[in-house]
Structures are given as structure tokens and as C-alpha cells.
Design a protein around this ligand. Structure first.
Ligand code: PRP
Length: 342
């Protein structure tokens, strides 16, 4: 992010850009972030106004969160937008905002307006099934990808001062409490994002191969710089990637394979593991898979014909958890970044 905003170093709004991704949370969170910077007077007025408004809504007894980091919910909104939630439900109940240009597009009369819509499906669910289906126990719940990702994550978490003995000695347990503040659930990579999307975990630790395959990178918070490997196109010697006939490609990653071949028409054969077998036994002409040390390819006489994108482990957040457990999540992210850069 810092690299991304470095072009704007001379702008009066540069200090704002440095805190922008973290400008959400309670009124106090926003004030704490803004206290670290000096803003141009006009920008300061807008933010003061927003804080005033939030304080007024809070006086009605609602818990208010401000989010300056988000984009407009729909393109027709011209000002403030808002969403309403109930405790423990990750989807919104009500959503709306200010749209001064919308009504004039119906009969030509310009008219400032505020409107909102109720999410009837969620509302019905909450009404019929009780207040909440989320068993939030106040702990930070992390879905961790089992196996190699898990092995690399444990020392990283330990260097943040978290006692990971219960995780090291977990036996066949799938839910592992780490102290009073964290609970880890162990899952397969592709399921980590399912748990996240459904709001039953707050954070996910998952390879970017999984995120790329699911085309889901929206709430990626940190590159843990572990689990580094790379996608490759591989086959037996003599394979011709450009050969005209329709090729059969074995892979665990059909989306990435499709993207890689683009307009070239290939038959994709989905394989769940030991993908290297496919060209060896004549099931596929080549494979798109990941390689770390290159050992599996070498030992099976396979050659690399192309290198695709690099992979590493990422920390992903559930958007609502990020809003609700903002400070706990940012604290962990800051500690992890420090441990990574040591
Ligand atoms: C991955 C990948 C390769 C292997 C590459 O498989 O699909 O098979 O690792 O690693 P290397 O380059 O260090 O030899 P994984 O072990 O995750 O299991 P799988 O074969 O069941 O998919």
C-alpha cells in the first residue's frame, strides 16, 4: 500500500492516504487515527461533520461505526451511505444512502433524496431463527489451512507472543483454543474462504493459490511471506505447449488453467491430488500445478514448460469481523508484520 501511495507524497492529502485503509470503526477509533495526521481544513471539516453525525445517531442508543475506507455501495449514491446490522449476523438488514441525482432521471425534476431498502431474506431468517446463528464467543476465530500452511503459521504466531502448544499437540481436534483471546479452526484451503464468507470465522490463513482459483482477494490483509511456491505448466520431455490439437490439461486449479490458456481451446481434467501422475499415465498431455522445491517433478521426470504466478500464504479477513473486532485484528496484523520483517 505504501508503494501504491508513494506517487502522492507531495499532495496535501498524503497524510490522509497513510491512514485511509484504517479509517473505520467507532468514533473514537476514527479520532485516534486522525489525531496522528494534519489535514487540509476542508477535509478536516468533512470528517468533523461525519463524526458529529455519528455522535448524534449514537445518542439514539444505536452502536455506530464509521467507515471512510469503503467505496459507495452503488454508483447512484452522491453522499453518505449507511447499513444496519443486528448482533451476530454478518449480512446487513438495511442499506441505503443519499442520492441527489437519481430522481431527476425519472421525470427530470432534480430532487435531493435519502432512501433505504430492507434485506427481507435476512430479516425473515433472523426473525424466524432467533437473534443470531453465529456462535460468537468474543474470541478471535481464525480458520487455518491444515498441513504446510499450518506448520509455517505456528512459529509466526508464537513470535507474536501467542502460546501455540495446544495447536502443536492438537491430535485430531479441529477447534483449538489458544489462550482466552484466540480460537483456531483447522480446515482445507478452499473451505477457509467458505467459513469466512459465511461469517463463522473472523480471519483466514490460506494460500494465494486458493484465493486466485476462487477469484477472491477482496479482503486480503497481509502477505505472510510463507508457503512460497509457484504455478507451473509441466509435462514429459517432448511436449509442445503450442501444438495445434485440443490438449488435455490435468489440474487441481481449473480457473487458473482456463485463464492461462485464454483463447486456446483445451480440455481441462480436474484432479484432486498427485497431479503429476496425469501425464505419466497418459490421462493428460500436461499439468498446471504448483511446485515448491521441484522434487516431485524431478523424481517423476517431468519438465517445466512455463512459470505462472507466484504463491504465498495470505491473511484474509471477514469484512464484518474487521469492522466489529477492528482493534484486535489490527493488533495481530501489526504484530505479524513485525515478525515477518524481523
Ligand atoms: C503439491 C503440488 C505438488 C507438490 C510440489 O502437492 O501439487 O504435487 O506439492 O512440491 P515440490 O515442488 O516441493 O515437490 P501436495 O503435497 O500439496 O499434495 P497433493 O499432491 O495431494 O496435491
Amino acid at each position: 500500500y505504501n508503494e501504491l501511495i508513494s506517487d502522492f507524497k507531495n499532495s496535501a492529502l498524503y497524510p490522509f492516504l497513510t491512514v485511509w485503509p484504517r479509517l473505520f470503526g467507532t468514533v473514537q477509533d476514527i479520532k485516534d487515527e486522525l489525531n496522528q495526521i494534519i489535514l487540509p481544513a476542508a477535509a478536516q471539516r468533512i470528517l468533523d461533520n461525519l463524526v458529529d453525525m455519528a455522535n448524534q445517531v449514537a445518542q439514539t442508543g444505536q452502536q455506530v461505526r464509521i467507515d471512510v475506507s469503503t467505496e459507495p455501495l452503488q454508483s447512484y449514491y452522491t453522499g453518505l451511505t449507511f447499513r444496519g446490522y443486528v448482533d451476530g449476523v454478518s449480512q446487513y438488514i438495511v442499506s441505503g444512502g443519499r442520492y441527489d441525482g437519481l430522481l431527476s432521471s425519472f421525470d427530470g425534476t432534480p430532487m435531493p433524496a435519502v432512501g433505504m431498502a430492507f434485506n427481507i431474506d435476512v430479516l425473515t431468517d433472523v426473525t424466524l431463527n432467533g437473534e443470531s446463528n453465529n456462535q460468537d464467543n468474543g474470541k478471535l476465530r481464525i480458520a487455518l489451512t491444515k498441513g504446510r500452511v499450518e506448520k509455517d503459521f505456528i512459529p509466526l504466531l508464537e513470535s507474536c507472543g501467542v502460546d501455540c502448544e495446544p495447536l502443536r499437540n492438537k491430535a485430531r481436534k479441529l477447534i483449538i483454543p489458544l489462550g482466552d483471546a484466540i480460537e483456531v479452526i483447522l480446515a482445507k484451503g478452499p473451505d477457509v474462504t467458505t467459513y469466512l464468507k459465511n461469517g463463522v470465522v473472523d480471519l483466514g490463513i490460506v494460500g494465494s493459490d486458493v484465493l486466485d482459483e476462487q477469484d477472491d482477494t477482496s479482503y486480503e490483509m497481509l502477505d505472510l511471506q510463507t508457503g512460497k511456491c509457484q504455478f507451473i505448466l509441466a509435462s514429459l520431455a517432448g511436449y509442445d505447449p503450442k501444438e495445434g490439437r485440443r490438449q488435455r490439461i490435468g489440474t487441481k486449479y481449473p480457473t487458473i488453467t482456463k485463464q492461462y490458456f485464454g483463447a486456446q481451446d483445451v480440455e481441462i481434467i480436474k484432479i484432486e491430488g498427485s497431479v503429476e501422475l496425469a501425464p505419466l499415465v497418459g490421462l493428460a498431455d500436461a499439468i498446471v500445478d504448483i511446485t515448491e522445491t521441484g522434487t516431485t517433478l524431478r523424481e517423476n521426470n517431468l519438465e517445466i514448460f512455463d512459470w505462472l504466478q507466484k504463491i504465498s500464504t495470505r491473511l484474509v479477513a471477514n469484512p464484518l469481523a474487521l469492522k466489529q473486532k477492528r482493534n484486535t485484528i489490527f493488533k495481530l496484523i501489526d504484530q505479524l508484520s513485525e515478525a515477518i520483517n524481523k
